[in-house]
Design a binder for this molecule. Structure first.
Ligand code: SAH
Length: 372
């Protein structure tokens, strides 16, 4: 449990396993877990009194000990391409972001795991905000609940809904695995949100101990943010590489791939930055590196943000990089930029982080030219 003693439990973050444990402690029948979860996640009630098929005694217990509190939406932005971004208030008061990206035959929700990020990848604007806090399970799964509710209101014909979830919003999911794992479990549970395990993806900058934990407990889809084909370059772009270098990362991912079974593979994300990691040599080196690693590659043209010197490569350069890998037999997709008019593209999410690390201040001073 994450709540301090005496504080109300937010039952929105309870998995089926947690309900079964609680009901057994209370001497109640296990089938109530099914009823309660359907009320919370399918019918989306916010009040225990609405749960008319469970006993008054159990309802009263739940009311006395807990609540069903969805985090509060502070603002909704709608892009001209249909992308939606919600600015959401966390318990700490800081704001974080969730993005919905509609496509012809699917809708992807990009979910945050932390307010800010402890890592400081050089090309990511979330990192520049510093870090404030980890989101709770209810705040993580709450983002999906909010999106589904709001999309159902905006599109009564159900034309748009969430079919895929990617943990690619603000934060590093595997540095908050304690809350991310139960949240994705709820997303995949039929009594929760019923999204297939193929369509829920945890993306990590390479927190090796976190992937080791995933090996023991789940088969959710996994993406790794590689961004460089060798350690010296990756050390600069993704500083956590100095702690967990590429060999260690690919090794633990190979182990995790066993959880995925025959037909599923780990996704390798590679943000292409002009003149930094996008040359023909980089493509060849990447191809050699991944030779024995079963994966799909997802190329992300860099999304600029205020204060960065990095640039997006031309579409020709992106296609050239893709072609080289495709020639070597890799399956390679290029992520299209969506929602950049509302600052909702990859790496552009900043929220409003009351930074506890002083990193935000340092970057602001660099931007203002006060320090080199
Ligand atoms: N911490 C997780 C989730 C982060 S965001 C991770 O590192 O995987 C999801 C993806 O967007 C990551 O691959 C991240 O490296 C990439 N990204 C971050 N900033 C970007 C930018 N400015 N342009 C393009 N991609 C970016």
């Amino acid at each position: 449990m994450t709540e301090a003693p005496g504080q109300k439990v937010n039952y929105l973050g309870y998995t089926q396993e947690m309900w079964l444990e609680l009901l057994s402690e209370l001497g109640e029948k296990p089938f109530h877990a099914t009823q309660i979860m359907k009320w919370i996640h399918h019918r989306k009630v916010d009040d225990f009194t609405a749960m008319t098929d469970i006993s008054k005694k159990l309802r009263q217990y739940l009311m006395a000990t807990g609540e069903l509190a969805e985090p509060e939406v502070s603002h909704e932005f709608v892009s001209k391409d249909g992308t939606r971004k919600w600015l959401i208030r966390s318990a700490s008061g800081s704001l974080f972001e969730t993005v919905f990206i509609p496509e012809d035959n699917r809708g992807t929700l990009c979910v945050s795991s932390q307010v800010g990020c402890k890592l400081d990848c050089s090309f990511c604007s979330t990192g520049k905000q510093g870090y404030n806090s980890d989101l709770t399970t209810a705040e993580i799964v709450g983002q999906l609940r909010i999106a589904m509710r709001r999309l159902a209101e905006a599109y009564p014909d159900r034309r748009r809904t969430v079919t895929n979830v990617v943990m690619m919003g603000m934060g590093e999911p595997l540095l908050n695995i304690e809350h991310v794992l139960p949240a994705v479990t709820l997303m995949m549970d039929d009594l929760g949100y019923g999204i297939s395990k193929r369509k829920v993806t945890i993306s990590t900058a390479g927190v090796v101990p976190g992937i080791e934990k995933l090996c023991e407990s789940t088969d959710v889809s996994l993406a790794i943010s590689l961004h460089a084909p060798n350690n010296p370059l990756r050390d600069q772009l993704v500083p956590i590489n100095r702690k967990y270098p590429i060999e260690l990362l690919l090794d633990v991912c190979t182990r995790y791939a066993r959880n995925l079974g025959e037909k599923r593979t780990v996704t390798v994300e590679y943000t292409l930055i002009d003149g930094v990691n996008d040359s023909r040599e980089h493509a060849l080196e990447l191809s050699r590196l991944l030779k024995d690693f079963p994966c799909k590659i997802n190329l992300i043209p860099f999304n600029p943000f205020p204060g960065t010197d990095y640039k997006r490569p031309s579409m020709n350069a992106v296609r050239g990089f893709q072609d080289r890998l495709v020639n070597d037999g890799y399956s390679v997709t290029v992520r299209t930029t969506r929602g950049d008019d509302i600052q909702a593209a990859c790496g552009q999410l900043v929220g409003q982080v009351a930074d506890r690390t002083r990193r935000q201040e340092r970057y602001q001073r660099i931007q203002a030219g006060q320090i080199a």
